[in-house]
Write a protein that binds this ligand. Sequence first.
Ligand SMILES: NC(=O)c1ccc[n+]([C@@H]2O[C@H](COP(=O)([O-])OP(=O)(O)OC[C@H]3O[C@@H](n4cnc5c(N)ncnc54)[C@H](OP(=O)(O)O)[C@@H]3O)[C@@H](O)[C@H]2O)c1
Length: 299
Amino acid sequence: MTNDVTTKNARTTPAHTTNAHTADPKPILVLGSTGKTGRRVLARLRHAGHEVRAGSRRGPTRFDWTDESTWEPALKGVGAAYLVDSQTEDAADSVRAFAQLASARGVERLVLLSANDWVVPEGEEKLPSERAVRESGVAWTIVKPAWFAQNFSEDPYYLGQLRDGEFVSSTGTGREAFVDADDIADVAVAALTEDGHAGETYRLAGPRLLSLDEVVEEIARATDRDIVHRAVPPEDFVAVGARQGLPEGYVNLLDDLYSWIREERFAQLADGVRRALGREPRDFADYVRTTAATGVWHA
Ligand SMILES: NC(=O)c1ccc[n+]([C@@H]2O[C@H](COP(=O)([O-])OP(=O)(O)OC[C@H]3O[C@@H](n4cnc5c(N)ncnc54)[C@H](OP(=O)(O)O)[C@@H]3O)[C@@H](O)[C@H]2O)c1
């Protein structure tokens, strides 16, 4: 099943380019370069021989969405930029101002990491940041992934629970199309470096819908460990999270995210990986197998 709003533009062949794999002489700015997707985008670009600029508050190129004085130096001479917004309420305003600055400085491609329609009122998309990029005047591509599989190995809270042998959620039997961050990075890199992706919104999902019971079971099996998914009633989750010592804002965010999985609000497969790359998305089982081999799920 797909509900991809861009299906009308669907290709049967990947969006290829004449200059794919040819390093752009201008640097590529990667924001969120210490995060789950930014790290991977950066590594791929470096591997392909591109000059990169790794931006974030902790990155070698200091970039802070809340400090505009860091924007201009990060953008200097840049040909393309990968944008990961700040996830704050005013994120879209910053993205708009930054995209306009990028346009004024001659940046040729912007690739925005968006999301399914989280943290915005019912009926809207994570649209404000997307709109800001679409209206920037720079050739844009929007990447709209489902939940990242890598949350289970790179988010400290999720990882900690799996190491402890009990993953608590209020997702019930709801399912999600967990997508591999490696696929997200592959799509982002294609959009940053190749022709043929401008004006595309790629919804990215894994090839299967999985419940948290199934996720935890796959991880337990691959690691040969006893790990359980404790599905708590929705009305109990906030209290459970508080007992786990989570900050109130984070518990409330998780409570929302889990309710959306429970309701299967975004339980849809999508063809973005195939359209962008001409291949199928990586299966969750592949992610689990390679991640288990690193030993990360053993405390
Ligand atoms: N995780 C998911 O399942 C998922 C699914 C769909 C979409 N998304 C989207 O993906 C994005 C990243 O989410 P994530 O939770 O996966 O994040 P993450 O891996 O923790 O990455 C967040 C990145 O943003 C940087 N950052 C945070 N605040 C910043 C600021 N004020 N200025 C500059 N850089 C800042 C962080 O670097 P520093 O700390 O070094 O600054 C980090 O590199 C979000 O827009 C989210 O909506 C996530």
